[in-house]
Design a protein around this ligand. Structure first.
Ligand code: NAD
Ligand code: TDX
Length: 332
């Protein structure tokens, strides 16, 4: 099987490619990635020279490039996206170009080249926030920020290619991922690396927003499961079943690192900050997948990975990154 994987130099995509190459001896992979600030070829340095792995620097909104490299591929998995909510609030443009227009370009090329399965990596954020209970796949979509609205546009555009052209698509909507190689702008890697350096942890608002944490390897297993078992035209929620508030999460990180809670700094809230995400995952469970990782253990493994890989994140947390965070911090 030949896979065309977009955004494979980012957090989830790189974990997925490593997982796929390890699990499927006959899998060949083209990793098509623009290498934005979030893309890092070092995430897959161990695959250098592997005959089953090819890296192509390319933009999913560039149809000519996609057309050239998708030829002969069987399965397309679209991880490529602008992914950080705070950045989307600052400037939505790239979110619309990549997350919506880029997905459209991939769909057109998948149709042209008769791709056998198109997996769209969507997100739980498309549903918006829920105070009580959980969203299932038929719940109303109510995205609240430019990132989640762009992802919702892509999600429904993908579905339309099934409804209209019978392109064999499957859409996954996952909750917040955590694990190795996550760019240190998302809460877990940002707080772990800041705490290691005894820097403040900027907790938004009252810290009582709730997220459901999914270990990235569980997410990878669910995606490969959907490649094989996902029914065309269907949407599947994926979550870890670990709902906690941001303040509880922050305290757990500090406890694992043996650092003081005085590092926590409450800052101005994110605009339009979704209070709680919660998914009902019965549909994928009934098909045969469920998460395996226990949250406490997964978080410890993740913290350990950042302790052991300081070179990886210290290289990122310099130059342009620091400039961006200085501005973000002043803004709060
Ligand atoms: P990431 O920001 O770590 O990586 C995104 C990757 O996409 C980078 O390698 C980047 O270079 C690449 N990219 C960006 N624009 C591109 C373009 N125009 N053409 C080609 N490549 C481009 O993101 P992530 O956290 O790994 O998320 C991957 C996918 O999973 C995204 O679609 C995201 O919406 C979805 N998702 C993420 C989470 C999460 O918690 N991180 C949860 C649910 C769904
Ligand atoms: O510095 C911070 N302080 C803070 O309190 C940051 C970066 C975040 N937060 C809060 C905001 C959220 O309530 O932590 C929570 C998690 O924030 P993020 O890590 O930015 O993730 P979130 O906004 O929940 O979105 C994530 O999950 C769904 C991913 O970034 C998306 O790509 C994915 O689709």
């Amino acid at each position: 099987m030949k896979y065309f994987i977009t955004g494979g130099a980012g957090f989830i995509g790189s974990n997925f490619i490593r997982y796929l190459i390890g699990k499927e001896p006959d899998a060949e992979v083209i990793n098509f990635d623009k290498l934005t600030y979030a893309g890092n070829p070092e995430n897959l340095s161990e695959l250098k020279g592997n005959k089953r792995y090819t890296f192509v620097k390319g933009d999913i909104s560039d149809s000519e490039m996609v057309d050239k490299h998708i030829r002969g591929c069987d399965i397309l998995i679209n991880f490529a996206a602008e992914t950080h909510v705070d950045r989307s609030i600052g400037d939505p443009r790239d979110f619309i170009t990549t997350d919506i227009v880029g997905t459209y370009v991939l769909l057109e090329n998948a149709k042209k080249h008769s791709i056998k399965k198109f997996i769209q990596i969507s997100t739980d954020e498309v549903y918006g926030s829920i105070e009580k209970g959980s969203f299932d796949e038929d719940s109303t979509l109510k995205p609240t920020n430019p990132y989640s609205a762009s992802k919702t546009g892509a999600d429904r555009l993908v579905f339309s290619y099934w409804a209209t052209y019978k392109l064999p698509v499957v859409i996954s909507r996952a909750s917040n991922n955590y694990g190795p190689f996550q760019y240190p702008e998302k809460i877990i890697p940002l707080f772990v690396t800041n705490a290691i350096e005894n820097r403040e942890l900027p907790l938004y608002g009252d810290g009582l927003n709730v997220r459901d944490w999914l270990y990235v390897e569980d997410h990878c297993a669910a995606i490969l499961f959907l490649v094989k078992k996902g029914v065309n035209g269907e949407v599947y929620n994926i979550a870890g079943g670990n709902e906690i508030t941001n303040i509880e999460l922050t305290r757990s990180i500090l406890k694992i690192l043996g650092k003081s809670e005085s590092l926590i700094k409450k800052v101005r809230d994110r605009e339009g900050h979704d209070r709680r995400y919660s998914l009902n995952i019965s549909k994928i469970k009934n098909l045969g997948w469920e998460p395996a990782a226990e949250f406490g253990k997964g978080l410890e493994l993740t913290v350990k990975w950042y302790i052991e890989n300081t070179d990886w994140w210290k290289k990122i947390k310099s130059g342009e990154y620091l400039e961006y965070y200085r501005k973000q911090y002043l803004h709060r």
